[in-house]
Every structure is written in structure tokens, then in C-alpha cells.
Design a protein around this ligand. Structure first.
Ligand code: PXL
Length: 432
């Protein structure tokens, strides 16, 4: 995914566009930046702001839009009315998810939005965005409603919706002891996403939250799952915040190294020419785990699979443990006998692919799904483990590929295994 962040430069890289790019690349996305202001600040002090001219903001947007496909936009610090108006003009007809983090003041006291630009933010930016993520203070300033109860929150969100934005997430509310809640108003329904409260003041948590939310939405996740994802991701970044300066800590991503490796190879897979030709009707999953996973919940996979869309392959969800059922079951089963196998992918059955894989020296075994006992067929999810066990029964050395030619109503399939995702990809590339 390609994500554009529009905001201010923070030289400490704790917040602003520098922090956004870190989050995007950490989550396997490419980040574009349109800078609205240059700030001078560090972990203890906010010094100065120099806004970029509206003309230059406009030119940066043109440079990006004239070249790249942008999948979602995050808007943070916009600083003044001129910039707000140009953003309205350039973005209003651009139909991708637009997430507005209406930052007004930094933790260290810097002004991120001029007072006289508040009304223009409401008039020109809110109506063209899809989701707004104010904290309590920002919500109160923008709606002029003081929040003391859940009823006030509802009124506040209705006020936002009247201003023309349908999805409102008021972040960081504290209704319960030791808990922190994001209150989501999605059109006419509302719900809370809670997490444990961490007692620390840090720089960048708001930016991390809204960037992770933008990534999740860009992939087509619904709002609820995207909020859950953003909350977990930013919570981990807060837990992992580091004190590298003299002042407050800077949030720091705490991505699972397994996720990073799998994400990289998924990016390689989908950018490989003609990879769409390898996707079966039931779509593809690419999985990875530590050695000897016991259950599918120990295996990372793509929640919504890798799906064929014309001549492209799209990632239809987040990388999650328990994100795959079938390919993860195959991995759990094979790793009992061959514990060095920690990653797998399923691909469309094709005789030509099998011929090429054989010619390149890969070890290939198979099973016949028609021979599966009725008892196993009836038990949900046991066909794959039966098949894999059957295919490797006589194997003394680790197989690279297992295939089956299908059964009545069952699609034939190729599974490629490896020690890790890059080993799997090396084998996949042998098909071309
Ligand atoms: O976290 C809000 C924020 C956004 N953008 C810039 C910032 C800050 C907070 O300091 O400096 C540029």
C-alpha cells in the first residue's frame, strides 16, 4: 500500500511526518509526505514553526498525484487557513480513505494549529475527510462541548457529524480505573475499544495511532478492526517508548520480527510480475511461525488472504496470529515431522508449475484427496492435516512442495514450504 501523510516536520522524529513514515514502513507500506510546516523541537521543548507556503504544499501534492497511486491519506498538522484551503481544493474529489488527526497543541506546548484557523479546519477539512481522531481536548475545542459524561461524548460526536464527517473516534477517554478507551461513532452506531492504561507521557503516540489506523483502513479493513489494530500497535509503541533525549520518551514501534520478515516477503510476492497467475479460486495465504507451532493461533497469516484483483494481487487484511486456517494447519502438521519448516504458501494447481519446480530440483510429494476417509472429511478442518500426514508418511527428507489434484467440489492445490518466508519465496520464483 502507498500512503500519503500531510503534516509538519518534527526534527526529533518522535512525532509528525518522520514518525508517520516510520509507522508506514514498519507496517510494510510506502509513505509519501507533503510537508505543511517545519518545526524546531526536541523531547523537552517546542521552539519555532515555519509554515510552508500554500503554493508549495499544492506543488508537493501535484508531484505525488501525478506519478503515484495513493491508497489512503493521513492529515495531521495543517497549521493555517491558507494550507487548509489548498488541501480542500486538492483533496476533495480524491476518493480514497482520508483520516484527519486534528492536532492543535503538542505535548510540549507547541501550537500546531493557529487559533484563527479553527473555523476553516471545520469548514474545509472535516467535510472532505472520512474519519477524525481527536483526543478529548481537541474534541472539546472543535465542538465547543465540554466532555464530562458519556452523554456529552454522544453530543460531541453528533456535532462532528453535523460538520460533515461521519466517523468519529474520540481517543484516550478514561471512564474506568486503569483503562483507556477510544469511543467510536460510526455513522449511527457507537462502541468502545478499550486497553490497559499506561502511565507515561510520551511524544508521538497520537501520530502513531492515526498512522496505524490509516494503514489498516487502506487495506480495506472495516473501522472496528482498524481501530483495534491501531490501538494495539500504538499501545506497543508506548510500552516500548525510549528516552533518547533529555526530555520525555519517544514512542518506538515494537513490531514482531516475524511479522516484519513475512511482510517483506508478501510485498515481494505481490510485486513479482505475474504473481496473480498463481492465485487459486480460494485465494492465497502466506504463513510463518516460530519452530514447532502447536496450533493455528501460533501461526502468522494474512487475515483476509492475498486476493487476485484483475492482474494484481491485493493484501486483504492485517498480518495476525490465527490469520490463516488451512495453510496454517498444513504448517502445524508438517512441522511435527520436519521442525525446520516454519513457513508456507498455497498456490494454484498447475502442471506446468509442478514441472518447473521438479526440473529445478525441489522435493515434491502429493496426496490423493479422493482417498480421504469419510470420518476425516466430516470433521471440520481435518482434511488438510490428513492430506499432509499422508503425503509425508514415507518422506525421509524435508519436502519443498506438497500438492493434490482435488476432489468433487474441492480445488486442487500446491503448497510450498520453507524454513522462513524468504526461503519459500526463493522456491516460488522457480515457477517463473
Ligand atoms: O503529535 C502531534 C504532532 C503532529 N505533528 C507535529 C508535531 C506533533 C507533536 O509534537 O510536532 C509536527
Amino acid at each position: 500500500m502507498n500512503i500519503l501523510t500531510i503534516g509538519g516536520s518534527d526534527p526529533s522524529s518522535g512525532a509528525g511526518i518522520q514518525s508517520d513514515i516510520k509507522t508506514f514502513s514498519d507496517l510494510g507500506c510506502h509513505g509519501f509526505t507533503v510537508i505543511t510546516a517545519i518545526t524546531s523541537q526536541n523531547s523537552s521543548k517546542y521552539k519555532k514553526t515555519e509554515p510552508v507556503s500554500a503554493k508549495m504544499v499544492s506543488s508537493q501534492i501535484d508531484a505525488i498525484f501525478s506519478d503515484f497511486k495513493v491508497d489512503a491519506i493521513k492529515i495531521g498538522m495543517v497549521f493555517n487557513s491558507e494550507i487548509i484551503k489548498i488541501l480542500n481544493k486538492k483533496l476533495k474529489d480524491f476518493d480514497v480513505p482520508k483520516i484527519l488527526d486534528p492536532v492543535i497543541k503538542s505535548t510540549t506546548g507547541g501550537v500546531l494549529l493557529e487559533k484563527n484557523a479553527l473555523n476553516d479546519l471545520k469548514k474545509f477539512l472535516l467535510p472532505i475527510c472520512d474519519v477524525i481522531t481527536p483526543n478529548k481536548n481537541e474534541a472539546e475545542i472543535l465542538t465547543k462541548i465540554k466532555i464530562n459524561s458519556k452523554k456529552d461524548l454522544l453530543e460531541c460526536s453528533k456535532e462532528f457529524q453535523k460538520l460533515g464527517i461521519s466517523n468519529v473516534i474520540i481517543t484516550g477517554m478514561e471512564f474506568e480505573k486503569e483503562k483507556i478507551s477510544d469511543i467510536v461513532f460510526e455513522d449511527s452506531k457507537s462502541y468502545q475499544v478499550k486497553s490497559k492504561k499506561i502511565n507515561s507521557i510520551n511524544h508521538g503516540s497520537g501520530c502513531t495511532y492515526s498512522s496505524a489506523l490509516t494503514v489498516a483502513l487502506s487495506k480495506g479493513n472495516n473501522l472496528k478492526n482498524s481501530v483495534k489494530f491501531a490501538k494495539r500497535y500504538s499501545l506497543n509503541s508506548i510500552k516500548n517508548a525510549t528516552k533518547i533525549g533529555k526530555g520525555i520518551t519517544l514512542t518506538k514501534s515494537k513490531e514482531d520480527p516475524l511479522k516484519k520478515k513475512l511482510q517483506n516477503e508478501i510485498t515481494n510476492f505481490i510485486s513479482m510480475k505475474d504473481s496473480y497467475k498463481l492465485i487459486p479460486e480460494c485465494q492465497t495465504n502466506f504463513v510463518f511461525s516460530e519452530r514447532k507451532p502447536k496450533k493455528t493461533k501460533d501461526v502468522l497469516g494474512v487475515q483476509g488472504r492475498l486476493v487476485k484483483a484483475g492482474n494484481a494481487v491485493l493484501i486483504a487484511g492485517n498480518l495476525e496470529y490465527n490469520g490463516s486456517k488451512h495453510v496454517a494447519t498444513a504448517l502445524v502438521t508438517i512441522s511435527k515431522k520436519f521442525p525446520d519448516i516454519c513457513s508456507a504458501i498455497n498456490l494454484k494447481f498447475d502442471q506446468d508449475s509442478l514441472r518447473k519446480l521438479t526440473k529445478k530440483g525441489l522435493k515434491i510429494v502429493s496426496y490423493d484427496r479422493k482417498k480421504e476417509p469419510t470420518k476425516s472429511k466430516k470433521k471440520d478442518g481435518s482434511s488438510i492435516s490428513w492430506g499432509v500426514e499422508n503425503a509425508i508418511k514415507k518422506s525421509k527428507i524435508m519436502p519443498d512442495v506438497i500438492y493434490h489434484k482435488g476432489d468433487f467440489g474441492k480445488e486442487p492445490m500446491i503448497l510450498i514450504f520453507g524454513a522462513d518466508p524468504s526461503d519459500v519465496m526463493k522456491k516460488v520464483r522457480k515457477i517463473f
